[in-house]
Design a protein around this ligand. Structure first.
Ligand SMILES: [Zn+2]
Length: 395
């Protein structure tokens, strides 16, 4: 006997009673429980399978295969179950959330078709975000807003959602938004009064008012279509709360009212960019000053460690020094265990000068004839490298 689908009779039944008819082992340490009747919706029509429990053993998923409804549990949980009476408990919040989004999806697809003539070609009801793929090259913000407002109108009008069970030969009597499935004995048509007729096997609300609110989050190009992201019901409330909290943080940090965060942020970024320009100019001036102090009018090579400097500072000083001396300039940043060497003299090659000293001291590095840099595993090795190189350069 096929499982009786109670989820169609009672829109959202939190509990139910049934007989376990069979417990079947499945791969991957799972098992399927087959019931004579079920309150659990099996995945289908873009809606994922319900969660809940059978005799307090948690359901991992509910799937339909070859007309059978498989209630999937871990093999361990199923080992405690036996054929006979069972208490069913549905994860009502999750089901209600998916139902809200499923009816919301039908409404949104119907509205977009009505407003723009563009059809929905696929949909996905995710646990966080839901999407519809619309056969349109774009769906600009003003069209998104118009669709949201039209959805809000339909929600406020609390339009009835009617389910029609129809033999396939009579299905053409309905102005369906999409092609009905083939080889079905009965086609289930979900009507949102005045807005949409769709063949669908999913669970639906009794009227549009239960959607609460529907919000389009964004639309983006996707494989020649436009993917529209939306949320409905409580997810809109939670999203609004999350945005509100973030707005409060941004508003306090930027010292502007919440409605002016965008303007405040742009002004802040402009100010930061100006500060960065000033800082950069001062860093360059400081590097020139430090380079002059190192060279001190001497023509010969310079080897020095710059305490507290990072590699960026070393590079700035080195490049400034190169402008006033063509000799070898080797600067170390002890706090980062790094060094950089510069030489703009014609014919000189830092690689031949440094490779041996670097290898001898146990460092790693590389570069070109005029620029070379390296790193050491500890400060002793960096110090011995500097000593070795100083001797080599006879400083
Ligand atoms: Zn549907």
């Amino acid at each position: 006997m096929p499982t009786e689908r109670e989820y169609y009779q009672t829109p959202i039944a939190e509990t139910g009673e049934a007989e376990i008819q069979e417990i079947r082992r499945l791969p991957q340490n799972t098992a399927a429980v087959l019931l004579n009747r079920t309150i659990f919706y099996p995945e289908g029509g873009g809606q994922s399978g319900d969660r809940g429990s059978i005799n307090r053993k948690p359901l991992l998923d509910v799937q339909e295969r070859d007309g059978e409804i498989l209630h999937i549990l871990s093999a361990e949980a199923a080992a405690d179950l036996r054929p006979g009476p069972a208490e069913l408990l549905l994860d009502v919040r999750r089901r209600r959330d998916l139902t809200v989004h499923h009816t919301g999806q039908h409404l949104l697809s119907g509205i977009i078709l009505g407003l723009t003539g563009k059809a929905t070609v696929s949909m996905h009801l995710g646990e966080e975000l839901c999407t519809i793929d619309v056969d349109a090259p774009e769906f600009p913000p003003d069209a998104q807003e118009a669709a949201e407002e039209a959805a809000a109108d339909s929600i406020e009008e609390n339009r009835p959602v009617n389910i029609h069970l129809c033999p396939p030969e009579r299905v053409e009597a309905f102005p369906l938004r999409k092609i009905p499935p083939k080889n079905e004995a009965v086609i289930r048509v979900v009507e949102i009064q005045g807005k949409d007729f769709s063949p669908c096997c999913g669970t639906h609300l009794q009227s549009t008012g239960q959607i609460g609110l529907l919000r389009i989050l964004k639309a983006e190009k996707y494989k020649g279509l436009t993917r529209v992201y939306f949320i409905a019901g409580r997810r809109v409330l939670r999203n609004s709360r999350l945005l509100g909290r973030n707005c409060d943080i941004a508003s306090q940090a930027l010292k502007v009212p919440a409605g002016e965060i965008g303007k405040g942020l742009l002004a802040h970024l402009e100010k930061t960019a100006a500060l960065e320009r000033t800082l950069k100019a001062r860093e360059e001036a400081l590097a020139e000053y430090q380079a002059e102090a190192l060279i001190q009018g001497r023509p010969g090579p310079v080897v020095a460690a710059v305490p507290d400097a990072g590699i960026d500072e070393i590079l700035r000083i080195g490049r400034s020094a190169q402008k006033i001396s063509s000799a070898v300039i080797l600067l170390a940043a002890p706090k980062e265990l790094k060094f950089a060497a510069f030489c703009s003299a014609a014919g000189a090659d830092l690689r031949t000068l440094l490779a041996e000293a670097l290898a001898q001291a146990g460092g790693k590095g590389g570069g070109s004839a005029s620029f070379f840099q390296g790193i050491f595993p500890n400060s002793e090795k960096l110090d011995s490298f500097i000593d070795f190189f100083k001797k080599k350069m006879q400083i």
